[in-house]
Design a protein around this ligand. Structure first.
Ligand SMILES: Cc1cn([C@H]2C[C@H](O)[C@@H](COP(=O)(O)OP(=O)(O)O[C@H]3O[C@H](C)C(=O)[C@H](O)[C@H]3O)O2)c(=O)[nH]c1=O
Length: 183
């Protein structure tokens, strides 16, 4: 694997080494040694998630204020615009966001460290995400920041005049200015 881009003081855009041949392809989607060498940390991933979403679905911006989760995100079908927002007050990139196209075709992964909010917009007919997390799901600690918060001003690649499909929970996300953050 190689790091394609460092972003926001800790987020990483990662590209795996893909072995193609006449049968198809093979790649290591996660290797603890390689990830530790690239990220400088050996992380205890404790949960694997899998979600499927239709075109223009936007999930996020989510985070757990306690038991913050680091997330290693990849797409196995379709394509998404994947976004991480730095919520660490001590970070020089506090309140900044980074967005990357992850797809089954490019096989890229986004490492979203604990301390960030995460969300994505589906830009294909459907998309399936797999992601590993470094802590367990704890809904009581989950917080949601509005995907269209004017202060964050995330440039989601939504088709002209199209509103995203969001859950009831995501429809009432907090303003960034009012959302709890990390030290
Ligand atoms: C996240 C999660 C959810 N669930 C259950 C709870 C609900 O009954 C159902 C759907 O949950 P939710 O609508 O919160 O799913 P997403 O909107 O995809 O949430 C995720 O979306 C953004 C992009 C993230 O980064 C987080 O991983 C996560 O917040 O799955 C679980 O059982 N375990 C889990 O870890």
């Amino acid at each position: 694997m190689q790091i394609v881009e460092h972003a926001l003081n800790g987020a990483l855009l990662i590209e795996p080494r893909v072995f193609g041949d006449e049968r198809g392809f093979f790649f290591e989607s996660y290797n603890q040694q390689a990830f530790a060498a690239a990220s400088g940390q050996t992380l205890p991933f404790v949960q694997d998630n899998h979600s499927r979403s239709s075109a223009n679905v936007l999930r996020g911006l989510h985070y757990q204020i306690e038991h913050a989760q680091g997330k290693l995100v990849r797409v196995i079908h379709g394509e998404v615009f994947d976004v991480a927002v730095d919520l660490r007050r001590s970070s020089p990139s506090f309140g900044q966001w980074t967005g990357h196209y992850l797809s089954a075709a490019n096989k890229r992964q986004l490492w979203v460290p604990a301390g960030f909010a995460h969300g994505f917009l589906v830009v294909s007919e459907t998309a399936e995400l797999l992601y590993k997390t470094t802590d367990f799901y704890r809904p009581e600690h989950e917080r949601c920041i509005a995907w269209n918060d004017p202060q964050l001003n995330i440039r989601w690649p939504l088709p002209e005049g199209i509103a995203p499909i969001v859950s009831a929970k995501d429809r009432i996300g907090l303003a960034f200015a009012d959302a709890p953050s990390y030290p």
